[in-house]
Design a protein around this ligand. Structure first.
Ligand code: HEC
Ligand code: HEC
Length: 512
């Protein structure tokens, strides 16, 4: 067992704050791994994306802002949230539940809030609550909250922020709730924006994430130059397929990646399209209530530090037994077949390497939607973004030099089911054996303690019918890979391994 006792005891804490560097490779690692990568391999098709200068910030202040700050600008009045009868309703509107874990050490009203919400004073003086980044970037593994792990249990089947009340509440009700002018204004604002965002961001399956469409909606409802919000689309919404044809009523899913990859990646997002300093796209995610450039600038200031915190996050250590001999066999196989794309790993972070490749779609062969036609592939949206305040910080350069995906760093990969950018594959074993992947499958349940240590991922059941034919009570646990953006094809790079070799590679991945 390489896993150190300290790391395991951190995992055992009720809330896991991932800051310690607990990862580390098995057996000898470092420069010799790099030299042992075969010269010829599918990695030759990849193009390295270059490093670019990043602004520095204070990760400690960043963590504090992330968990207490007012970067969401508006929210639901605290008076409403603090009413026990309305609490769960508000929490569900954000895609979570009111009984989610809390994080110790947060300030004021935040101390009692679910981890994915912040309580703060809005710029116009109201005490409000809104979701923070952990709604999508705080997940549970083995029953423990892990900050930075993608949230595979968020329920966006009702859409993002849609309260279901149709965008506003009658004035008499607002008076009855005892709200002052600023609180009323905040409530009406967030209900109105939720009503715009909700329908377009509704997903088919619990855990599917609407961030791609959310970004599109945030762009088309803001004026590019002034950032003034409009309930109507300012730029017509255009989602195009790779052949340029327009798609209507699209649902695009992507699986929130863990934050501990960010410090290795020169370009962010699965398709590597975010270039330059990375604050811009993070701040865009908070623009729901931003109405002018001055406010965007204030929020951006906070993201210098929040970005530094994101970059400081490291994966937890595997909390179960590891067979060291088997892992050493897997290590050698990994260097032969995988490291050319995914990098080399070591107990000493400074010895690790990560090639930052973009792999062309025809080589990786996974679902083309996000690479090709995803979030901002429509040229109109790329122009909106790059011409906006946010584009001055982070450039959006999809398809540069070609559409594809970046092989992610595999640190802590065991914690991150489901797999591939669209979450279409429930275990690492299936990821490494493409012929065995199920077309329609369901999670057994949403309990993160229910973990398959052999296959490294979620226990799952094959579903013999399309999702639409599954009884409604179970439908939201079902993933149907036949829908647009949800294909489970591609990544054939583990197919040549024997079952025993695959087992060994999986054992090695537990050490990362
Ligand atoms: C609605 C869910 C959601 C929210 C809220 C959200 N994100 Fe994300 N985030 C995602 C998804 C999904 C992706 C992957 C998108 C892609 O790569 O195409 C992502 C990608 C990222 C990445 C890139 C990681 C990588 O490996 O390339 C970073 C960094 C990030 N988010 C930070 C943040 C921060 C900071 C916030 C808070 C301001 C935030 N996100 C809010 C869902 C969300
Ligand atoms: C040619 C480059 C290449 C090779 C070789 C390769 N991969 Fe990958 N891998 C990728 C890319 C690109 C992705 C992301 C694809 C996507 O999400 O659509 C990926 C995704 C993955 C994922 C899922 C990551 C996640 O977050 O869901 C795992 C696990 C993985 N690879 C393991 C391996 C292992 C183990 C090997 C060796 C047997 C290997 N890969 C070989 C390019 C490669």
């Amino acid at each position: 067992m390489r896993t150190s006792a300290t790391c395991r005891s951190i995992l055992a804490a009720s809330v896991l704050l991932v800051v310690a560097a607990c990862g580390g490779g098995s057996g000898t690692a470092g420069p010799s791994d790099l030299e042992s990568i075969p010269e010829l391999g599918p990695w030759n098709a990849g193009v390295p994306l270059p490093a670019e200068p990043q602004e520095s910030g204070d990760p400690v202040r960043g963590r504090h802002l992330l968990l207490n700050g007012d970067f969401m600008t508006c929210g639901v009045p605290w008076k409403i949230y603090s009413n026990p009868a309305l609490r769960d309703f508000v929490a569900r509107g954000f895609g979570g539940g009111a009984n989610a874990p809390t994080i110790p050490g947060r300030e004021g009203n935040n101390a009692e809030l679910p981890y994915y919400m912040n309580a703060f004073t809005s710029p116009d003086g109201a005490e409000v609550v809104n979701a923070n980044c952990l709604l999508c970037h705080g997940g549970t593994f083995n029953g423990e909250l892990v900050i930075g792990l993608g949230n595979a249990n968020a329920d966006f089947t009702g859409g993002f922020g849609d309260s279901g009340v149709g965008g506003s509440l009658p004035p008499a009700l607002l008076d009855a709730l005892g709200l002052d002018t600023a609180e009323k204004a905040n409530l009406q604002k967030i209900l109105g924006r939720g009503a715009v965002l909700g329908p377009t961001t509704a997903m088919r399956t619990i855990g599917q994430n609407p961030a791609e469409m959310l970004a599109v909606i945030l762009m088309v409802h803001h004026d590019r130059d002034t950032l003034a919000w409009s309930d109507d689309e300012v730029t017509p919404i255009v989602i195009k397929d790779h052949d340029g044809s327009e798609l209507v009523d699209v649902k695009v899913t992507s699986d929130p990646p863990p934050w501990w990859r960010a410090h290795k990646k020169n370009a962010l997002f699965y398709n590597g399209m975010a270039r330059g300093d990375h604050r811009g796209t993070m701040a865009l995610a908070t623009s729901v209530c931003v109405d002018d450039v001055e406010r965007a600038r204030q929020v951006d200031e906070m993201f210098r530090d929040i970005q530094a915190f994101v970059g400081s996050v490291r994966p937890p250590a595997y909390p179960f037994e590891i067979d060291e001999d088997l892992a050493a066999d897997g290590h050698a196989l990994f260097v032969q077949s995988c490291a050319g794309c995914h990098g080399t790993y070591s107990a000493n972070e400074d010895e690790e390497t990560y090639p930052n490749l973009l792999i062309p779609l025809n080589v990786i062969g996974t679902d083309p939607m996000v690479a090709n036609a995803g979030v901002v592939h429509a040229p109109e949206l790329v122009d909106w973004y790059n011409g906006s305040f946010y584009g001055q910080i982070t450039r959006m350069e999809p398809n540069d030099p070609f559409p594809g995906y970046m092989p992610p760093p595999l640190d802590g990969i065991w914690a991150t089911a489901p797999f591939l950018h669209n979450g279409s594959v429930p275990t690492v074993e299936l990821l490494l054996k493409s012929s065995a992947r199920p077309t329609v499958w369901r999670r057994v349940d949403l309990d993160s303690r229910n973990f398959d240590q052999e296959a490294l991922g979620w226990p799952w059941l094959e579903v013999p019918v399309p999702q639409a034919e599954v009884p409604e009570s179970e439908r939201e646990l079902v993933y149907d890979t036949t829908y647009l953006s949800q294909s489970n094809q591609g990544h054939p790079f583990g197919d040549h391994l024997s079952d025993a070799e695959r087992r060994a590679v999986i054992e090695y991945l537990k050490t990362l």
